[in-house]
Design a protein around this ligand. Structure first.
Ligand code: GTP
Ligand code: MG
Length: 299
């Protein structure tokens, strides 16, 4: 029956250490911002789907949290999201940073690829930072000696270098199948969910190191007022009153900054005017309370 199919597809899980650029790669491939990006490790918390359809081939990507040692129930959930992303998957995109030696986390991943017999492509990201290409060749040799990757592609999401090669290599791994999404789909996330992630991204951008890791966003209402206007009410939950004060900032400066940047990004995404109202509330130790994690969408 498959012989008769004229279309092909491939489900690809994007895995690697935190901060190597997994979400940036997904956005580059899909050509739209479906997964938030920041310079802080552990930005991505759940599986995020991004889709591209080119000609007879559909590629479905699952961005995952970076692999790390969990210190909370939320951390355990993030790690389980990586394993869940690998079940029933056909292929993996293993992302590493240019000039970095394979770490123990990379070695653990390679063991998983072998065990699950997955087709795997290695993307060496951030090659814009490489001055001497000879080092890159050394890195390619080092990873090739560990695992027989289907392809190794040096890329930079900053300059878009290697984008077409990466897509071509993944298309080559696709097999006959129906399309699982329509040709125009680029993600399966709702607009509500995309908006809440954008707010979390701005908190990661503007707040100091650990604080944004203790925040979660709940969009309480998302109303289409007309074709040209949407009204959104969202709550930023944090773990302590002292954190609430920092998120609001002196004279409300910080929340205003987060609000303006979030509104602009959401307007770009939705292509219409947005009224964004943000509130800050405390939910003590929510990262360790199963009921609260569930309520905030981490389940
Ligand atoms: N110089 C350079 N920086 C990059 C490149 N790609 C991503 N970055 C930066 O790397 C940082 C991490 O990017 P993300 O895409 O959030 O990384 P991630 O692997 O998804 O991170 P987690 O979700 O935390 O696991 C951000 O500051 C990006 O701007 C690149 O090609 N070159
Ligand atoms: Mg990410």
């Amino acid at each position: 029956m498959n012989d008769k199919l004229k279309t092909k597809s491939l489900f690809v899980s994007i895995v690697g250490r935190p901060n190597v650029g997994k979400s940036s790669i997904l956005n580059m491939i899909v050509g739209s911002k479906v997964s938030i990006v920041s310079s802080k490790p552990q930005t991505t918390r759940d599986r995020i789907t991004g889709i591209i359809t080119q000609g007879d081939t559909q590629l479905v990507f699952i961005d995952t949290p970076g692999i790390h040692k969990p210190f909370s129930r939320l951390g355990n959930y993030m790690i389980s999201e990586i394993d869940n992303s690998l079940s029933g998957i056909e292929a993996c995109l293993h992302v590493v940073e240019a000039l970095k030696e394979p770490s123990s986390l990379d070695l653990n991943l390679i063991e998983k690829f072998k065990k699950l017999n997955l087709k795997t492509i290695l993307a060496i990201n951030k090659i814009d930072l490489v001055k001497n290409k000879a080092f890159l060749m050394e890195q390619i040799k080092s990873f090739s000696s560990l695992f027989n990757y289907d392809a190794i592609v040096p890329i930079s999401t900053l300059s878009n270098d290697g984008k077409n090669d990466l897509i071509a290599e993944m298309k080559a791994l696709a097999s006959p199948s129906v399309f699982f999404f329509s040709n125009e789909d680029f993600t399966d996330q709702s607009e509500r969910r995309l908006a809440s992630e954008i707010i979390r991204e701005k908190l990661l951008w503007f707040l100091d190191e650990e604080l944004p890791h203790g925040t979660a966003i709940q969009v309480e209402s998302f109303k289409q007022l007309s074709n040209l206007k949407v009204s959104i009410h969202a709550v930023i939950y944090c773990e302590r009153s002292s954190h609430k004060a920092m998120i609001i900032g002196a004279g409300g400066q910080m929340i205003k900054k987060v609000g303006i940047a979030s509104r602009r990004s959401i307007e770009e995404l939705l292509g219409c005017e947005v009224n964004l109202n943000l509130f800050v509330k405390v939910k003590k130790d929510w990262r360790n309370k199963p009921a609260l994690l569930h309520e905030l969408g981490y389940c």
